[in-house]
Design a protein around this ligand. Structure first.
Ligand SMILES: *Cc1c(COP(=O)(O)O)cnc(C)c1O
Length: 224
């Protein structure tokens, strides 16, 4: 069930703050996506490749699909023809594969690097050092990696009631984002997206500098 009133107030609130809303529609039926689409929502996020591909074929082509889950290299080719932004890149091999599939499709694919900020082992991502190493390497290979653009960072905070901790984790990500945005070692003109914040913590994320939030249950109801 889609909560249209929440969508309307959230959209206004986020527009005023210059924050992009990704409606996370994973596990939800295409009818729910269409309902938000009809209100004007265009950015949707999914985290299962097969589910995304099935939904994409049934819905309007001007939807911007965001892949927000952990992506396996062998699945990149299924989404390469249409994906708008891949949020959670956490290895150089994955970057290579995205570039390869983007080239095959005659496209340039935008990606974010996933930074690990939570104190939970289950959340994927790289720390500051690993991201620096990856970007250094990217810099040496960028003439061959012309079909991808690294557009920013993405991260997930710990699932906790400890507000101070969540602030600190988002702050860490945003600080590193700012640091990278101020360097010259890769094409930083595209480096502008700081994707952090979900239903439970998006307000904290925005206070800490997020400009893209990924919100599911607040809009679509809780998932089974
Ligand atoms: C599911 C998911 C979200 C949305 O979570 P909600 O709590 O339903 O808002 C955001 N980001 C990622 C990476 C997710 O997997």
């Amino acid at each position: 069930m889609v909560n249209k009133e929440v969508w309307k107030s959230l959209t206004q609130e986020l527009a005023a703050k210059g924050v992009t809303l990704i409606a996370v529609s994973k596990t939800k039926p295409v009818g729910d996506i269409k309902a938000l689409y009809d209100l004007g929502q265009r950015d949707f996020g999914e985290n299962y490749v097969q589910e995304l591909v099935e939904k994409q074929t049934q819905l309007p082509t001007d939807i911007h699909w965001h892949y927000i889950g952990h992506l396996q290299s062998n699945k990149v080719k299924s989404i390469a023809p249409f994906i708008h932004l891949i949020h959670a890149v956490d290895s150089f091999n994955l970057l290579l594969e995205i570039n390869k599939q983007a080239l095959k499709n005659g496209r340039i694919i935008d990606v974010l690097l996933q930074m690990h900020i939570a104190d939970e082992e289950t959340k994927f991502g790289l720390d500051e050092k690993e991201i620096t190493v990856l970007l250094d390497y990217y810099d040496t290979q960028k003439e061959t990696l012309k079909n991808i653009r690294i557009c920013g960072l993405m991260g997930m905070a710990t699932n906790t009631d400890n507000v101070k901790q969540v602030h600190a984790e988002f702050s860490r990500l945003h600080n590193f984002f700012k640091l990278l945005a101020g360097t010259n070692f890769f094409n930083k003109s595209y480096f502008s997206v700081c994707s952090m914040g979900m239903s439970a913590d998006y307000e904290i994320a925005i206070e800490e500098g997020s400009n893209m939030v990924r919100i599911g249950s607040l809009l679509f109801g809780s998932r089974a």
